[in-house]
Design a protein around this ligand. Structure first.
Ligand code: NAP
Length: 250
């Protein structure tokens, strides 16, 4: 069985992606700092007879990711997919955001992608090739005043994705980014509560999109699954907008 490693897998987009990759035939290695959420995911997968293992690790930490990849090596199966979905956000105007929060956001959102992609590369190369998918955001392209460090991290992920795609294309490794719009996850719900009444803001957010509704995590997971599959064999260095038409608006 081929291995798919998914970060941020205890919640939201990463969680649904880990389940979807397992449904599509991979052995999913689900990684997160949220141990409770990860254990619940593993139990749900077990009940559905899916091959999924939860590993607790901080994907922004050099040592912890070393241990993670040492473990992956012991599995002796080819690593052919990596999905970087771990992410955090702090909602405030730039002048109110501390340097500590800026550093934390860049570390979790961007440094983690650097570490994970670099450490996955030799295993994928040995496997004869594979696909990496980095979860960026619409904020990499069009943003607002309240998420500047997050925007910087997502712009960084998009640019890094292009550079890694050029570096590793001839090694059989494709690297793409997915840019979700508003997707109903705990992270999005927390953002809504930061700006107003959660349900009101949820309705407003959906109504502002061309499709008239907020997206679901599975709608990102399906695109990730496609990008990891042979059907996307000529795609690398791409940024795929999955935003319900959000950025189609003037
Ligand atoms: P989520 O529900 O909060 O899930 C993110 C998961 O990542 C959480 O379980 C979180 O654990 C975990 N995590 C945080 N720091 C980590 C670390 N250092 N190492 C390992 N795991 C870590 O968020 P989501 O909405 O699914 O977001 C997934 C990705 O999609 C993020 O990169 C986000 O920026 C991106 N995205 C989301 C949306 C959206 O509308 N939802 C839109 C565009 C892009 P804790 O809960 O313990 O922090």
């Amino acid at each position: 069985m081929e291995l798919a490693l998914i970060t941020g897998a205890a919640s939201g987009i990463g969680r649904e992606t880990a389940l979807q990759m397992a449904r599509s035939g991979y052995q999913a290695i689900a990684v997160d700092v949220n141990v409770d959420g990860g254990q619940k995911l593993a139990e749900e997968a077990r009940q559905a007879d899916l091959s999924l293992t939860f590993i607790s690790a901080d994907v922004s930490d050099d040592q912890e990711t070393d241990h993670l990849f040492s473990y992956v090596r012991t599995l002796g199966a080819p690593l052919t997919a990596l999905v970087n979905a771990a992410g955090i956000v702090v909602f405030d105007n730039p002048e109110n955001i501390s340097l500590a929060d800026f550093d934390r956001i860049i570390r979790v959102n961007l440094r983690s992608v650097w570490l994970m992609c670099n450490k996955a590369r030799p295993l994928m190369f040995e496997a004869g090739g594979g696909a990496m998918v980095n979860i960026s955001s619409v904020h990499a392209w069009a943003t607002d005043n309240l998420v500047s460090p997050y925007t910087a991290s997502k712009g960084g992920i998009s640019a890094l994705t292009r550079s890694l795609a050029i570096a590793w294309g001839r090694q059989g490794i494709r690297v793409n980014a997915v840019l979700p719009g508003p997707i109903d996850t705990p992270l999005m719900r927390a953002n809504l509560r930061a700006v107003g009444d959660e349900e009101e803001e949820y309705a407003k957010t959906g109504a502002a999109l061309a499709l008239g509704r907020v997206g679901q995590p599975i709608e990102i997971a399906h695109v990730v699954e496609f990008l990891c599959s042979a059907k996307a064999s000529f795609m690398t260095g791409a940024e795929i907008l999955v935003d319900g038409g959000m950025l189609a608006h003037a």
